[in-house]
Design a protein around this ligand. Structure first.
Ligand code: GLU
Length: 409
């Protein structure tokens, strides 16, 4: 006779329709693999993870220590502590041009902008809805829309314009079921930045059609030429707009998990309710750290300028190596810390895509981890992150060129 535990152990796991289509995050998978290989003794250069390699600036770490000692160890309001929401409100109001300034009741703090984005997709979209995703975009957008059981609609950008989309392309991809659009500038995975005119044209199309706009501005402070515009500077009405931001990238605070949304009040309320059943508040101490990060501008600005300056040097060094192999295409990067490379000139497996084959070869033979473009719906490309020490970026790029030459036709 079988024990009940033995009987249940034999049954296969049949996923619910909620996750039937779910794919694991390729960006996370690549860095997990790189870490595992390192732990096994391989000298892997990780250009996969989209994560600043700097320590969180000292003024933030000290503020967090003080917060712990002052008792920031309990639940907070689900939507986040009021001083943090007030500070976010002031930051955003400095950009906003409309006549209904943002109030703290429209801000919800979450466990990283990833949760903010998920909350937004889950609240706004559902079965039968289509959501336009300028492509390539960050891998999780497609999955988050799918988790809401809506349809992600990739809209491929123009290779002659940094793989960016324009209002016309979006209009051509729209149907009566289109419910919203995901924007991200500077863009992960390309580093391309939308200028004000491009954004304005997209925002006015969205306004005309009544689409929701979710604008992910997590890389806004990391640019190398002109300043990146926020949608808040460009809209009058914001009744269909959700701004997503956080401290992870500009303040080197990935592990603290603090992101936020600025959304119309009813949406913010619903988001608080959703979060009240899923995660409750973001970690109390992290909220205090984020509060210090964004309010102490005297310390923040030089810290950000230092990190952006370093990224800039690495970007230029990487591009200099890449210039030696003109058969590798690259999107001119205006911001973020990614290079998006077109490796279609090498012999690729048609099914898997050149990017996947190239990334595998690069990791297995040259110990460099990068993310295959298939994760961003562009299978002939790969994404490199130059958020790594300069010498590793340069060595990594030399190996990229060498690997490409081995595989090029
Ligand atoms: N957003 C970063 C990336 O694209 C971090 C990893 C992740 O959350 O996907 O690599």
């Amino acid at each position: 006779m079988l024990l009940v535990t033995e009987m249940t152990a034999r049954r296969a796991f049949v996923p619910s329709p909620n996750i039937a289509q779910l794919k694991e995050s390729a960006t996370i998978a690549v860095s997990t693999r790189a870490k595992a290989l390192r732990a096994a003794g391989r000298q892997v250069i990780d250009l996969g993870a989209g994560e600043p390699d700097f320590d969180t600036p000292e003024y933030i770490r000290r503020a967090a220590q003080r917060a712990i000692d002052a008792g920031a160890t309990r639940y907070t309001a689900t939507e986040g502590i009021l001083p943090l929401r007030e500070a976010i409100t002031s930051l955003v109001n400095a950009d906003y041009r409309g006549d209904d300034p943002i109030t703290p009741g429209e801000v919800v703090v979450s466990n990283g902008s990833k949760q903010s984005l998920f909350n937004a997709c889950f609240l706004l979209f559902g079965p039968g809805d289509e959501v336009l995703i300028p492509t390539p975009s960050w891998t999780s957008y497609y999955e988050m829309v799918g988790l809401a059981r809506a349809e992600p609609v990739p809209v491929h950008g123009d290779p002659a314009n940094g793989l960016k989309v324009d209002a016309e392309m979006l209009a051509a991809a729209a149907t009566p079921a289109t419910k919203g659009i995901m924007l991200n500038s500077p863009c992960n995975p390309t580093g391309a930045m939308y200028d004000r005119a491009e954004l304005e044209a997209i925002l006015s199309l969205a306004d005309e059609r009544g689409w929701w706009v979710i604008s992910d501005e997590i890389y806004r402070r990391i640019t190398y030429g002109s300043v990146s515009a926020s949608v808040m500077e460009l809209v009058g009405a914001r009744d269909r707009l959700i701004l997503v931001d956080g401290v992870a990238k500009a303040y080197a605070m990935t592990g603290w998990r603090i992101g936020w949304t600025v959304a119309p009040r009813q949406v913010a309320r619903a988001m608080g309710a959703l979060q009240s059943h899923t995660t409750s508040n973001a970690a109390a101490v992290s909220q205090h750290a984020a509060l210090a990060a964004i309010t102490n501008r005297e310390a923040a600005e030089p810290a950000i300028a230092h990190m952006v300056g370093e990224f800039h040097r690495r970007r230029d060094a990487a591009l200099a190596v890449l210039a030696e192999e003109p058969r590798i295409g690259v999107v001119p990067p205006d911001g973020a810390f990614y290079l998006f490379l077109d490796v279609s000139a090498m012999k690729g497996d048609a099914r898997e895509g050149a990017g996947t084959v190239f990334a595998q070869h690069l990791l297995e033979r040259h110990d460099v981890a990068v993310v295959p473009g298939a994760a961003f719906y562009t299978p002939n490309w790969v994404r490199l992150s130059y958020a790594a020490p300069l010498e590793q970026v340069v060595t990594g790029m030399r190996r990229v060129v060498a690997a490409f030459r081995e595989m090029a036709s």
